[in-house]
Design a protein around this ligand. Structure first.
Ligand SMILES: Cc1cc2nc3c(=O)[nH]c(=O)nc-3n(C[C@H](O)[C@H](O)[C@H](O)COP(=O)(O)OP(=O)(O)OC[C@H]3O[C@@H](n4cnc5c(N)ncnc54)[C@H](O)[C@@H]3O)c2cc1C
Length: 525
């Protein structure tokens, strides 16, 4: 493999996009599996940001919750080998429904309940995660709150930025123990790429700031001191940080929810279909699998209160399937629409005259937040590439920003599933008018920027599909469907206002849960 193909591959791997997915088919079942039926007060589907906030706030309100998660639990700790290494990925990297390709080559590990699931649509591949904790397991952890003017331009003003800013964003920040990288870490040789990015951006007259991360940076300092094997400090944490110290939602929100004694977590439980019975209760057809994706049991679960938190892509698909098959009548027409990418871009930044370091610490230290104009707001950050064992003269730059382009999931009755349709070059205005010019300025003379989206157009930030306004109210109640809620990225209308989405998804869920606990618990729930 050449250095160039490795770099392109690493970008894809770090982005989690090295999978040409063919999600959809239900895991093959052995001939005889048990089918059981049970009823539950509240069922939450999915354990990412939206699902974890929901599980904690409902259990704290005294409500018993069953949380269904298709992926497995991943436990970390100093020197653990929990997660795969992006330079030598194995079966743990991929969700078993994906038809995989790694580093641009066929890669067929044995089926496994792995971390990354790519959903391929027209002109766009949406990258999602699987596992207890959802995207928080593999995300880099950039935790940004949108600026007021950008928020008000792109998200419903009724959400009330001031209240979000005073109450809900800080609540998320506290739960995830947000912190920026300490200067004494940034001064180490392993963080040279971060320093180069900051210097180049400042030289170009662009704003530079430290990015808040859900990380106990002492872990990285301990790695530098040799007290732990590298996980943060050599760029190997792109598919999960083995040493721990990353405050993903499994070890924050969900740990606290479990401590109430009212949360039952069912991992390796995949919801295949959602229906509504004559009595108005929600019925879920669920496959319980082993870690290899083989169905070991089938379950029919019933509940008066269903919270969809399977992420923008899978919540939308499940709801479209329910509507398309007639299993749920009168679901809003707008389901599937208003879907956006957050205008993600992933570049390899190469410059023979710059030294970024053979080992590049991460996950992310600095960013350039260009948020002055609500119409053109965009962000560029530097992220590490996994170690090649020599100076690569390359690192990664990632961009995202506001975009009004929207795609849609549409139900295909022949396949019994929904497919993503994205307009070709949909984010062109913000990409070519703003993100790319800023990336070029930061990269400076003598640099080459390889835009991985030109080879494989991907987003790690899928948003919308069951958005507030068209499909739900601001608290995720689906219009006209008592007891049905959407509380994940599907609720966010196609953009998170020039920020990575997790903090806004969690803060909107926190806001919704305040409302739901106050008004619905004891009445609907
Ligand atoms: C590689 C990568 C890096 C990222 N970096 C950042 C970052 O730095 N900052 C940031 O803010 N965002 C980042 N993101 C995006 C962020 O992870 C997502 O926006 C966020 O996780 C979405 O939260 P959610 O609650 O909507 O759903 P998710 O976190 O996706 O959780 C949904 C859960 O539902 C489960 N599920 C899906 N279908 C079913 C089913 N049928 N039955 C049962 N369970 C199901 C999934 O397994 C998953 O665990 C990144 C994403 C990726 C992939």
């Amino acid at each position: 493999m050449t250095r160039r193909s490795f770099l392109a591959g690493s970008t894809a791997a770090v982005a989690g996009v090295a999978v040409a997915g063919a999600s959809g088919a239900v895991a093959a079942a052995p001939r005889r599996v048990r089918t059981t039926a049970s009823e539950h007060r509240v069922i939450v589907v999915g354990s990412g940001f939206g699902g974890a906030v929901t599980a904690l706030r409902l259990t704290q309100a005294g409500v018993r919750v069953l949380l269904l998660e298709r992926g497995r639990e991943w436990k970390t700790g100093p020197n653990a080998h929990t997660f795969p290494n992006p330079t030598s990925p194995d079966k743990r990297a991929l969700w078993h429904r994906s038809a995989p390709q790694l580093f641009g080559r066929p890669f067929s590990p044995e089926p496994y309940a792995g971390l990354i699931d790519a959903v391929v649509g027209d002109n766009m591949t949406a990258v999602t995660a699987a596992g207890l904790g959802g995207g928080s397991l593999v995300y880099q952890g950039m935790t940004l709150e949108p600026a007021e003017a950008v928020f008000n331009e792109h998200l419903p003003e009724q959400l009330d930025w001031q209240r979000m800013h005073n109450i809900y964003y800080p609540r998320v920040a506290e739960m995830l123990q947000i912190a920026t990288a300490p200067d004494r870490l940034i001064r180490t040789p392993q963080y040279r790429a971060a320093r180069v990015f900051a210097a180049q951006a400042r030289r170009a007259g662009l704003p530079v700031s430290k990015i808040p991360m859900p990380i106990d940076w002492q872990f990285a300092l301990d790695e530098i001191a040799g007290r732990m094997r590298p996980s943060y400090t050599d760029g190997s944490g792109a598919l999960g940080v083995n040493n721990g110290g990353k405050h993903s939602v499994d070890v924050t929100y969900l740990r606290q929810a479990r401590a109430t004694g009212l949360l039952t977590v069912a991992t390796l439980h995949e919801v295949n279909d959602v229906a509504r019975d004559r009595a108005g209760k929600w019925t879920l057809e669920v496959s319980q699998t082993d870690v290899n994706g083989t169905t070991v049991a089938r379950k029919t679960l019933t509940t008066p209160t269903l919270v969809m938190a399977a992420g923008s892509v899978h919540t939308t698909r499940l709801l479209l399937r329910a509507r398309g098959s007639g299993a749920v009548g009168d679901l809003p027409d707008a389901i599937g629409t208003g879907w956006g990418t957050n205008a993600d871009r992933i570049y390899v930044w190469s410059n023979p005259g710059l030294e970024f370091g053979a080992k590049q610490g991460g996950p992310v230290v600095f960013g350039s937040l260009n948020w002055d104009s609500p119409d053109n707001a965009h962000t560029l950050i530097q992220a590490s590439i996994p170690s090649l064992g020599m100076e690569p003269h390359s690192t990664m730059m990632v961009g995202y920003g506001v975009s009004r382009a929207r795609g849609a999931f549409r139900y295909d009755s022949a396949r019994g599933d929904a497919r993503l349709h994205w307009p070709a070059d949909g984010d062109r205005r913000i990409q070519w008018g703003h993100i790319h010019p800023t990336a070029v300025k930061i990269a400076g003379a003598g640099s080459v920027l390889t835009d991985s989206n030109r080879f494989l157009n991907t987003t790690w930030h899928p948003l919308g599909g069951a958005a507030m306004g068209a499909v739900c109210d601001l608290s995720g109640r689906v219009h006209g469907q008592r007891g049905l809620y959407v509380l994940d990225g599907a609720l966010i209308p196609g953009t998170s206002a020039a920020c990575n989405p997790s903090m806004t998804i969690a803060a909107v869920a926190e806001r919704a849960l305040d409302d739901i606990v106050r008004h619905d618990v004891g009445r609907v729930i």
